[in-house]
Design a protein around this ligand. Structure first.
Ligand code: CP
Length: 323
């Protein structure tokens, strides 16, 4: 594969730092990689010889497993590390953990961490490529990229679309990455949720605030529904889960009242019956599992580009041709 400098730079920390062209380039690179996962033998030699560490200091199902699939389908060697069972439990710092991994000659680190800023902190201290797989309430760039790819698959263009992010915006790295990505690609962005879960000053980013879910639904082409992050709340943000569902829950009757056909996204994990009812999550407007499928292709694209792959060579790389 080409050893040219990556069009993304050394690391992927957030969409705030990327240009519209860089975001488009990742999405376009993901397109040919989608097909690899549909093959009987799901493997190409794009990252042969690369060693990637998945350092997950917080629980994850979708992100951790889809990064691992993406790495294996590109033929990288992978190691998974979690907080439990590693020397982090004995008090080892993040940088010491990473330096010890580097001493074993790794190429990339995919990191999920409960602290906002952890991915940038690490990227500034080690020469390996660092990919942010979600840091505190800062950013979750690959989630937003897969959301963008899924919207693009189902609507002609992201430019001009009205996308409303619903729910716990305050604690959500997914919301922040989506806002940056959607605005850069020309969408109009709304947010909707209880006052306690909408960060002060968010309208300065260029988003419209909706206080009522009915108004948000009437306005939107796409709803991206977020989980109430109960583990990040100290209590008192919502009166009760039942009350949250009554006032902000996305339900079939509410969607049926909308004049337009709305696309339904959710990054998962879902609290069914809280922010989203099951018949919406499993209904015809939902593309939630398509988001998960696209997550593998997007992560393949990010790994390929950070390793120095050229966007215009992605089609050849998927056929196993080396540059
Ligand atoms: N969407 C997402 O980040 O899910 P996981 O926490 O399961 O990775």
């Amino acid at each position: 594969m080409s050893r040219a400098p990556s069009p993304l730079g050394k690391d992927l920390i957030g969409l705030e730092e990327l240009s519209a062209e860089q975001i488009e380039s990742i999405l376009n690179t993901a397109e040919p990689f989608k097909e690899i996962s549909e093959r009987r033998i799901k493997k190409v030699p794009v990252l042969r010889g690369k060693t990637i560490v998945n350092l997950f200091m917080e629980p994850s199902t979708r992100t951790r497993i889809s990064f691992e699939f993406a790495e294996k389908r590109l033929s990288a060697d992978t190691v998974n590390i979690s907080a439990s069972g590693s020397s982090v439990q004995k008090g080892e710092t993040l940088v010491d953990t990473a330096r010890n991994l580097e001493a074993m000659r790794i190429d990339m680190v995919v990191i999920r961490h409960p602290s906002s800023g952890a991915a940038r902190f690490l990227a500034d201290r080690i020469p390996s490529n660092v990919i942010n797989a979600g840091d505190g309430s800062h950013e979750h760039p690959t989630q937003a990229l897969l959301d963008l790819l899924t919207i693009r698959d189902h609507r002609e263009s992201i430019r001009g679309l009205k996308v409303c992010i619903v729910g716990d915006i305050l604690h959500s790295r997914v919301a922040r990455s989506n806002i940056f990505g959607l605005l850069k690609l020309g969408a109009e962005v709304g947010v909707c949720g209880p006052k306690t879960l909408i960060p002060a000053g968010i309208q300065d980013l260029g988003v419209t605030i909706f206080r009522r879910i009915e108004e948000a639904i009437e306005w939107s082409d796409v709803l991206n529904i977020l989980r109430l992050q109960l583990e990040r709340m100290q209590g008192g943000f919502v009166p009760s889960l039942r009350e949250y569902n009554r006032v902000f829950g996305v339900t079939i009757p509410r969607l049926e009242a909308a004049p337009q056909d709305i696309l339904i996204l959710h990054p998962g994990p879902m609290n069914r019956g809280v922010e989203i009812d099951s018949d919406v999550a499993d209904g015809p407007q939902s593309v939630i599992l398509k988001q998960v499928t696209n997550g593998v292709a997007v992560r393949m694209a990010v790994l390929y580009l950070l390793a120095g792959g050229a966007p215009e060579r992605a089609e050849a790389a998927k056929k196993g041709e080396m540059a």
